[in-house]
Design a protein around this ligand. Structure first.
Ligand code: 5GP
Ligand code: MN
Length: 327
């Protein structure tokens, strides 16, 4: 990625009229905040902008400014001038949002995932950025695109959530400078945003955590910790998919744990595997790629066919092998 890619993208944004801004399935704060921020900037330029993902806006992020712009991808395909995929490591993680774009003259891919192969015509994959929101901030400021309070709040939410509240290792001085600029120039109320992001969970999320902790397992001399969620438990507690975002952090936070894993049984005969590492030498992206997934060195995931018990065994065995080889 170079300055000239930012310039080419800036030019494409100014010179076209109809845009679709897309994000990945099972969206997180980074995908949603980045999509809304870029959409609002383009809206200020007078552009026609659709903002789609497979799941629509999540209840817990519905406080984001102009959240209503983000909708589920429509069943009928639309033709746009420019399709922009944000925070999406591989194109098929766009899910139904991919099919909603009937045709586009130009595809732009802006992301920060190590495993992104660089699909699209104009590509910025900045692995050093802790959040796609940080790249969108760089794009907006370097290209003089419109910026306002609502854009700032969406970008702040994107960066805060993807850095684990400015804690993860790729949080840099630049990240704090950007956050400061968002707070200052956007006139943000950090306390209010943090309450909405981190102190506004539904009670069922804690009830879910209680059930997950009952299934908690440690192995490899307590260096690997995991828990799992069956379809039955999810149904009994009426949990939404978004309720489990971040619960894996309880496992990662345990002293001595290097790899934390969360297994979630899905309706399609697959298991969603979510993985975290605390050691740069233990690359969970590489482990997840063996199972058809991807992500970052320290945070990755995959969807693996099989029963909960089968997938747990296979994946934990692979992690134990990797740790054994490394020690
Ligand atoms: P999470 O565990 O929070 O769902 O995902 C952690 C990271 O891994 C995210 O950056 C996400 O993009 C990536 N990831 C999660 N699941 C998958 C998957 O099934 N395929 C790929 N390629 N990446 C995934
Ligand atoms: Mn992200």
């Amino acid at each position: 990625m170079s300055n000239s890619t930012f310039e080419q993208i800036g030019k494409v944004l100014r010179e076209h009229q109809h845009f679709a801004i897309l994000g990945h399935v099972r969206p997180d704060g980074d995908a949603l905040g980045s999509q809304l921020a870029l959409a609002l900037s383009l809206e200020q330029l007078g552009k026609d902008v659709r903002v789609w993902n497979e799941d629509g806006m999540l209840e817990k992020y519905s406080f984001l400014p102009r959240a209503e712009l983000l909708t589920k991808s429509p069943a009928r395909a639309h033709h746009v001038d420019v399709a922009i995929a944000l925070d999406t490591a591989i194109q098929n993680r766009l899910g139904t949002a991919l099919a909603a774009v009937g045709s586009a003259k130009i595809w732009i891919n802006i992301d920060h995932h190590l495993s992104n192969p660089g699909y699209g015509d104009l590509v910025i994959v900045d692995v050093s950025a802790p959040a796609t929101g940080e790249i969108i901030f760089n794009l907006i400021t370097s290209q003089g695109l419109p910026f306002n309070h609502d854009i700032a709040e969406n970008l702040y939410a994107a960066i805060s959530t993807d850095t684990g509240s400015f804690q993860y290792p790729n949080t840099s001085a630049r990240t704090f400078e950007i956050a400061a600029e968002l707070v200052r120039a956007g006139g943000l109320d950090v306390g209010k945003i943090s309450r909405q992001l981190y102190e506004n969970y539904p009670r069922r999320r804690l009830e879910l955590l209680r059930e997950l902790l009952r299934t908690m397992r440690f192995s490899a001399h307590d260096r690997v910790a995991s828990f799992s969620l069956s379809l039955k438990t999810a149904a009994d507690l009426s949990v939404l998919p978004e309720d489990n975002e971040g619960l894996i952090d309880h496992l990662r936070a345990v002293r001595g744990v290097i790899v934390a894993v969360f297994f979630e049984e899905l309706v399609d005969g697959k298991v969603r595997v979510s993985m975290r590492s605390k050691d740069e030498a233990v690359d969970v992206c590489a482990i997840c790629q063996k199972f058809g997934g991807g992500g970052h060195t320290l945070a990755a995931g995959a969807r693996v066919r099989g029963s909960l018990a089968e997938v747990e065994e296979k994946v934990l065995e692979e992690i134990r092998d990797v740790l054994k080889r490394g020690s």
